[in-house]
Design a protein around this ligand. Structure first.
Ligand SMILES: Cc1ncc(COP(=O)(O)O)c(C=O)c1O
Length: 454
């Protein structure tokens, strides 16, 4: 039975234009959506424009955005240098069907900022980048297997989607068993297990991880673990891939490897790399990337050459957006601003949680804001909760779906668009945005209490 404070009734009443579009979308798309994490019941909201830290839906609500373009935006929505560069380029050609100087400028910036970047190859997406990095490692070593960590996300291709989300042991339909057998899954942050696996199995070509932890730090890791992993992989002659699709140019201009001073063999990039447009890249050791070379040597071509076409590799629109963005990232100022806003947000949202005595917590590092809506350590204030000591299996998608749904809907009704698991800040987020977000969170909790769900 609904009452005055039923959040989902309010939601349905407040977003009628989105409801109407969703009914149309249901006729066209599975679940009515085009990305798994955009699925939301009773219906998702439809956005028609965005600027800075804000976006506006079809019913005219102004929302503070923490999706940040799924992590592709660091400066904010439509920053002027990116808009101007893209507008200029669109008139000069969206696809030149040729080499162009912009791709070199773009790669120059990658090599300037990413400490281990010796060579670069652009791809269409982050998924393609991890696919390439793994293939390069397999070819180089002549070994088939890769080791990945439970809860770490590297895109949706066959080698890496297993164990990306709980339940971690359940195989993904449609992936042949022979392929599944080449992906070895290890619990996160357990260097002893990594070493045991590498010692017992000499068929492992590479280890891949998200260097601030699974799903952008939802299952966090530490700099210490990264250093240990580098040491162990080197000792066993196994290649190390840092998947910096999110962390690259976000946690610091040089990504997590720059911040922690750890040198992977290969690095995958996307998102901020292309300034909010589609694009990815693999970078790292020249002797690994040289396997992309075409050579006048049949033996090389048959045993080493990795074929790599791709219609939109280094497309000029992504190149100019990427160049304009990376030039801003150079001095680390956007990273510093985004990191500071997130730290304030985490602290103040935790103060609200403690004020209501909830067993919730907001955690994260850098520009990450992670919502843990319910944990089994009652009595520990949110501000003192140490997520590294918590069972990693309860960090991803473990919250009661109804609580997640109501928090998301309540926040939207109060002018904040933050995904159920949290979000991330951009340089465009202001002190006022942080204050309004904390208020929205507080009001949402009050509504949930009045609705007797808390
Ligand atoms: C760490 C990481 N790797 C790879 C990917 C896949 O990138 P894309 O969505 O561009 O294919 C993502 C996407 O969110 C990611 O977060």
């Amino acid at each position: 039975m609904s009452n005055d404070y039923d959040i989902l009734d309010r939601y349905t009443n407040a977003f009628p234009a989105s409801r109407t579009l969703y009914d149309r979308a249901l006729q066209r798309f599975p679940n009515g959506v085009t990305h798994d994490v955009r699925f939301f019941e009773p219906f998702p909201i439809y956005i028609d424009r965005a600027l800075g830290s804000r976006k506006w839906d079809l019913d005219g609500h102004e929302l503070i955005d923490y999706w940040s373009g799924h992590g592709a935006l660091l400066l904010g929505h439509s920053p002027r240098p990116v808009v101007e560069a893209v507008q200029k380029q669109i008139a000069l050609g969206t696809h030149l069907g040729a080499c162009h100087e912009l791709e070199i400028q773009w790669a120059d910036l990658v090599c300037e900022l990413v400490p281990t970047a010796e060579r670069v190859r652009f791809t269409g997406t982050g998924t393609e980048a991890t696919l390439m990095a793994i293939r390069l490692c397999r070819t180089f070593t002549g070994k088939d297997k890769l080791l990945k960590f439970a809860g770490h996300f590297h895109g949706w291709h066959d080698a890496v989607i297993p164990a990306a989300n709980p339940p971690y042991e359940v195989p993904i339909p449609g992936i042949p068993e022979a392929v599944l057998n080449t992906t070895v899954v290890c619990p996160p942050n357990d260097i002893t297990q990594v070493e045991d696996i590498l010692r017992a199995d000499d068929g492992i070509a590479c280890v891949i991880l998200e260097p601030t932890g699974g799903s952008w730090g939802t299952i966090p890791t530490t700099g210490e673990f990264l250093h240990q992993l580098r040491e162990v992989t080197e000792r066993y002659g196994v290649l190390l891939i840092f998947d910096e699709v999110i962390t690259g140019f976000r946690v610091a201009p040089g990504g997590a490897q720059g911040f922690y001073g750890v040198r992977p063999d290969l690095t995958t990039l996307a998102k901020i790399l292309a300034g909010g447009l589609p694009g990815g890249a693999v970078t790292g050791r020249a002797d690994l990337l040289e396997q992309l070379e075409i050579r006048d040597d049949p033996d090389w071509m048959h045993t080493r050459k990795m074929p790599h076409p791709g219609t939109f590799n280094a497309n000029p629109l992504s190149a100019v957006a990427g160049i304009a963005t990376l030039k801003q990232v150079r001095d680390g100022e956007p990273n510093r601003k985004a990191n500071e806003s997130a730290a304030r947000l985490r602290q103040r949202m935790n103060e609200v949680i403690d004020q209501y005595g909830l067993n919730w917590c907001v955690y994260g590092e850098f520009s990450g804001v992670k919502l843990l809506l319910g944990h089994d350590r009652r009595g520990i204030p949110a501000r003192e909760f140490n997520v590294l000591e918590y069972d990693y299996r309860k960090l991803k998608k473990a919250t009661d779906p109804r609580i997640t749904q109501l928090v998301r809907a309540g926040m939207l009704l109060n002018g904040v668009d933050m995904a159920g698991g949290g979000g991330m800040t951009m340089a465009a987020h202001s002190d006022e945005d942080v204050a309004r977000t904390v208020e929205a969170f507080d009001t949402t909790i009050q509504w949930m209490r009045r609705q007797s769900v808390l």
